[in-house]
Design a protein around this ligand. Structure first.
Ligand SMILES: CC(C)(COP(=O)(O)OP(=O)(O)OC[C@H]1O[C@@H](n2cnc3c(N)ncnc32)[C@H](O)[C@@H]1OP(=O)(O)O)[C@@H](O)C(=O)NCCC(=O)NCCS
Length: 178
């Protein structure tokens, strides 16, 4: 059964395989597979610091990441970001997720957004914001299916292709992520 865990060196091999695939799509380029193969600890340290809001890069906000894994296999990631800066409201939002390319189309995208919404609720973020590029049709579908309400008023010239969705997680609301 896939489960959410804190990032850990237990998944190093599989994470680095996924990172190579992400690089082929131009994602996560800030991390070098070669350097992390030699020493994985900078990644884990950075993630711990992000979770604690320590030594953040300009315009970055505290971010807690969970990895979706099955046995020793890395499947994907969900992040919860809060509080948001103006820039993060324009692009990024409270919840981010990605599925390792080789594990896509197995429902993990739906699952990770659903888990992100649960984390938001646990953190008392009642109206999480989720953003995605208008051309990212799969992510748009995932967000809309989960009940995200499109907000055209947040369209902006800085990130003109970004779409913004709010989730209302009031006490009585259930989270739709099947
Ligand atoms: C977007 C992303 C998370 C989707 O992950 P996934 O695990 O493939 O998604 P799922 O398997 O849950 O699929 C979601 C739906 O999209 C459909 N889908 C997935 N990939 C598809 C594709 N390439 N073409 C058409 N439909 C697709 C699925 O069939 C499913 O449809 P359903 O709701 O009718 O069942 C993944 O592509 C990804 O990590 N992309 C890069 C990062 C990213 O865009 N993150 C989101 C940022 S906002």
């Amino acid at each position: 059964m896939p489960q959410l865990v804190f990032p850990s060196a237990l998944y190093k091999k599989s994470y680095l395989e996924a990172l190579k695939d992400f690089h082929l799509e131009g994602r996560n380029l800030e991390w070098s597979v070669e350097l992390l193969s030699n020493d994985f600890s900078p990644l884990l340290t950075r993630f711990r610091q992000d979770a604690l809001g320590l030594d953040l890069a300009p315009d970055h906000v505290p971010q807690i990441r969970f990895w979706l894994v099955e046995e020793d296999e890395y499947l994907g990631r969900v992040s919860l970001r809060s509080p948001l800066t103006r820039l993060q409201r324009l692009r990024g939002g409270n919840i981010g997720y990605e599925v390792a390319p080789q594990h896509r189309r197995r429902g993990f995208g739906h699952l990770l957004l659903g888990e992100g919404l649960k984390l938001a609720l646990e953190s008392r973020i009642r109206r999480p914001l989720v953003t995605c590029d208008k051309n990212n049709l799969v992510s748009r579908h995932i967000i809309e299916k989960a009940g995200g309400e499109f907000d055209a008023s947040l369209a902006n010239t800085q990130f003109p292709t970004e779409r913004h969705y709010w989730f209302d997680l009031g006490e009585s609301k259930s989270i739709n992520h099947d």
